[in-house]
Write a protein of this length. Structure first.
Lengths: 450, 148
């Protein structure tokens, strides 16, 4: 059964909007790949010539820039890790001349040293271009008033969105974070139409507005949100629409890649990374083989035109899947799915990669069980066993065993279909599994390491 | 439903098949001063359903729900049988003949007679058939043994 929210969201998806740069965004894939190869070739020569660190890595891998003869030769190149940026702190990986740099951003190191990313003017321009295309794809442009409620400063969120929003000709309110009541006043007084912030801040903003007696839905012109920097769900998308009348779109990027870079379009079928700016691979995290379209693996990103601090085959640690078919919005560049967790969370069950987020996703789609679950992995003999404990929904009425067995079998079948590996299901009472505030720890791995 | 007076509210409780689960339910009954006249446990694949006939079904239901236990009312019928060979046959045969399906059943025996609890797919028809067969269908207030 579709309710009103679903219908409205579906009609949003069908909106046809003019792209920011149709010549690039709707370029035939074949031509795009030729362009990507040209950029890649240039990039590899550049880093080989100017980055001692990367040259050494290439030599260790037995690869020379001349070996890159087609786009798929990218797989011959060594990976870059977050570790590399940390080890080369502060500017060991910068290849341009110091005077060419126009900005530094620094990501705080929660573990160990921070990382520094350096930008030339071209890097800043392409970053803004990438964000501008994204904002355009969700219907923003001249006449929109965009409040940027990401932090400004060393963090890339605020300035990244800021430059992108100015690029499309929107009016920017650089609110940064905090002082929420003031922000709500500004949203009303300056007739703000869109906001960029984290999902948790948007919910907080809604609650504070309510306490102030302001209805975001009825008393403001806020209709669009660009929401990122934290994972958020489709359920959150529906809630934001229902509670505040806001269409929320996800945005992706990490500081190593520049900052926030890609958004979903109104089709909401994954992010649109711009192929002339980045080359995305989705790899099996252990064997590094390329995953077929639609199958999840680790997102590995090459920044094709970055000058200050080139990024080649950067292991993001984020789980996604790639899709090469043209988007409903007519854009041709390969899309990547919204993130479904981190590689660190990945489980290998009988040789098959399983992400807790897949299990969560499957369970969320089943009305006969609740949302709370735990995953237990053990070894039975030589085989791995995956057991999913899931709560019955609140207010479940038990009577016939048959009904319970039917539920259990159905959940097991659905999990098998989505994970490609058998999972046992244990139905437990509502409220009996642990609740988590912040990051949930839902996996118990009882296997002994071999 | 014309035979409302004969419907007995059974309490059905979901329980994981783990040590202490029955004790937990029994403790809730004790604290609420609810007396069980009969109960059965059906078990499968790591979980079970406890079914109980109690003197205060509403009290039992609310106390269990408050503790977050999954609980439901189920309508069942109680039939008084002679506590002697052939007692069950008469009732079961009459239902079979009328193609009424018994989903599950359990029984308890008092001092002089036995009581059969039936969960059937067509409860109204079942009451008529059993009464016609000559057996006595109990009303909720008749469940307690007269000698208690």
């Amino acid at each position: 059964m579709k309710n009103e929210t679903d219908v409205r969201i579906a009609s949003q998806r069908r909106r046809q909007l003019r792209p920011f740069d149709a010549r690039i965004e709707e370029m035939p894939l074949e031509n795009l790949e030729k362009l990507q190869f040209r950029y890649l070739k240039k990039l590899v020569y550049q880093v080989y010539s100017f980055s001692p660190h990367y040259r050494e890595r290439m030599k260790a891998n037995g690869v020379h820039p001349d070996d890159i003869t087609c786009l798929s030769d990218i797989t011959k190149l060594p990976f870059m890790y977050k570790e590399d940026l940390r080890n080369q702190y502060p500017t060991g990986l910068v290849v341009s001349l110091p005077e060419e740099l126009v900005r530094y951003h620094v990501s705080s190191g929660t573990t160990g040293k921070p990382t520094v990313v350096a930008y030339t003017q071209k890097d800043i321009d392409l970053w803004a271009e990438s964000v501008a295309r994204g904002l355009t794809s969700i219907g923003l442009g001249r006449g929109d008033v965009i409040q940027i409620s990401y932090g400004y400063g060393l963090f890339t969120g605020g300035l990244g969105l800021h430059y992108g929003a100015e690029r499309i000709g929107a009016t920017v309110v650089p609110a940064s974070v905090g002082n929420t009541e003031k922000q709500i006043e500004l949203i009303q007084d300056l007739e703000v139409t869109a906001i960029a912030c984290t999902p948790s801040y948007l919910m907080h903003l809604g609650e504070v507005a309510q306490a102030m007696g302001v209805s975001i839905k009825d008393d403001t012109k806020l209709k669009t949100a660009v929401v990122g920097a934290e994972p958020w769900s489709e359920e959150m998308r529906r809630r934001l629409y229902e509670l505040y009348g806001i269409s929320a779109y996800d945005i992706y990027g990490t500081s190593e890649l520049s900052g926030p870079l890609f958004t979903e379009c109104t089709a909401m079928e994954g992010f649109h990374p711009w192929g002339d700016i980045v080359y995305c691979e989705v790899l099996e995290p252990e064997s590094h083989t390329q995953m077929p379209d639609g199958e999840r693996g680790e997102l590995v990103v090459t920044m094709l035109q970055k000058e200050g601090l080139p990024i080649i085959r950067y292991r993001t640690g984020d789980i996604s899947a790639i899709h090469h078919e043209q988007c409903r919005c007519k854009r041709t560049h390969p899309r990547i799915e919204r993130l479904s967790g981190r590689v660190d969370d990945m489980l290998i069950i009988r040789g098959i990669n399983v992400f807790p987020s897949q299990i969560e996703h499957t369970l969320l789609g089943l009305s006969e069980v609740g949302d709370n679950f735990m995953i237990e992995v053990s070894r039975q003999g030589v085989l791995d066993a995956l057991m999913v404990k899931v709560e019955l929904p609140q207010g479940f009425s038990p009577d016939k065993l048959e009904d319970l067995i039917t539920i259990k079998r159905h959940v097991e079948r659905e999990l098998r279909n989505s994970l490609n590996v058998a999972a046992g299901v244990e139905l437990v009472e509502f409220g009996s599994l642990p609740r988590f505030e912040g990051k949930a720890k839902r996996v118990i791995d009882l296997r002994e390491t071999v | 439903m014309k035979n409302n007076a004969y419907l007995i509210k059974q309490i059905s409780i979901f329980s994981e098949n783990k040590p202490g689960k029955l004790a937990h339910v029994a403790k809730v009954f004790q604290d609420a001063n609810v007396n069980m006249m009969s109960f059965s446990i059906a078990e499968a694949e790591g979980f079970g359903v406890i079914r109980a006939l109690v003197d205060k079904p509403e009290m039992a239901f609310s106390s269990l729900s408050k503790k977050g236990i999954h609980v439901a009312y189920t309508d069942v019928i109680a039939v008084r049988m002679k506590n002697q060979p052939g007692g069950l046959y008469e009732v079961a045969a009459a239902l079979a003949e009328a193609a009424v399906n018994i989903e599950y059943s359990y029984a308890f025996a008092g001092c002089h007679q036995a009581t059969l609890i039936l969960r059937v797919d067509d409860i109204d028809a079942a009451i008529d058939i059993i009464q016609k067969s000559g057996a006595y269908v109990l009303k909720p207030e008749e469940l307690l043994c007269p000698c208690e």
